[in-house]
Design a binder for this molecule. Structure first.
Ligand SMILES: *[C@@H]1O[C@H](CO)[C@@H](O)[C@H](O)[C@H]1NC(C)=O
Ligand SMILES: *[C@@H]1O[C@H](CO)[C@@H](O)[C@H](O)[C@H]1NC(C)=O
Length: 207
């Protein structure tokens, strides 16, 4: 698991480097000290100027988990993390089927086209429980480092939900595949870290 985790971290560093290489042309004094440039998943560049950080930068909120199955492809069911010792309550979750979790990255949300099309394609080919994580309120923050920090929390929440799937429906870690883009890959790395044992697979993408 450590190796997977490292891979994701390397991808993350690569994105961060890509961001800095791309703006070598317009480099000024103070890069990395007074300002930074980041690239989001639509390849838009965002300038982060430390001297004019918005005061509303610190955001707190909880991720929302949406479940899609072949019985509700277009009409997601919101899943709530149960209290300790309680079972997950779901109409559509099918314990016979594996779990795929998909999430977006920085400055994005779960309705982004590629994410919905991954969900559609998965369900077209396999009978699965596809869970998408919407952490847009936290991800749509011009202060990239804050969004990056909060991935740990989102990952932990995800691990709690997946634990509940195991406890309630007996779906083991070996039947879970976590897919994330950009900071969403960080989320999945943390989710894997917080789960008690290894998940089957984590896929992270930067672009
Ligand atoms: C950051 O903001 C300060 C204060 O407004 C400004 O002087 C500086 O040029 C800005 N830096 C960049 C790289 O835009
Ligand atoms: C649950 O999944 C199994 C195996 O994919 C399938 O045979 C069964 O019909 C599903 N149950 C419901 C209620 O959809």
């Amino acid at each position: 698991m450590l190796r997977r985790w490292c891979h994701i971290y390397i991808v993350f560093l690569f994105v961060a480097c890509l961001g800095s290489i791309e703006c070598q042309d317009d480099i000024n004094d103070g890069y990395g000290y007074s300002w930074l440039m980041f690239v989001d998943e639509a390849f838009n560049r965002h300038l982060l100027n430390f001297s004019v950080l918005p005061s509303h930068g610190i955001r707190y909120g909880k991720p929302v988990f949406y479940l899609y199955t072949r019985n509700n492809r277009e009409d997601p069911e919101v899943l709530f993390i149960p209290d300790d010792e309680e079972y997950l309550k779901s109409i559509y979750f099918n314990g016979s089927n594996d779990i795929r979790v998909v999430t977006h990255g920085w400055m994005s949300d779960y309705q982004v086209g590629w994410l919905q099309s991954i969900k559609d394609t998965l369900l077209q080919h396999y009978d699965l429980n596809v869970i998408t994580i919407d952490w847009a309120y936290l991800a749509k923050n011009p202060i990239y480092p804050w969004s990056a920090l909060i991935t740990r929390f989102v990952g932990k929440q995800t691990a709690k939900l997946l634990d509940a799937c195991t406890n309630t429906y007996g779906v083991g870690r070996h039947r879970m595949h976590l897919i994330g883009h950009s900071l969403g890959a960080q989320v999945m790395g943390y989710a894997g870290m917080f789960l008690n044992s290894e998940v089957h697979r984590i896929t992270g993408r930067y672009g």
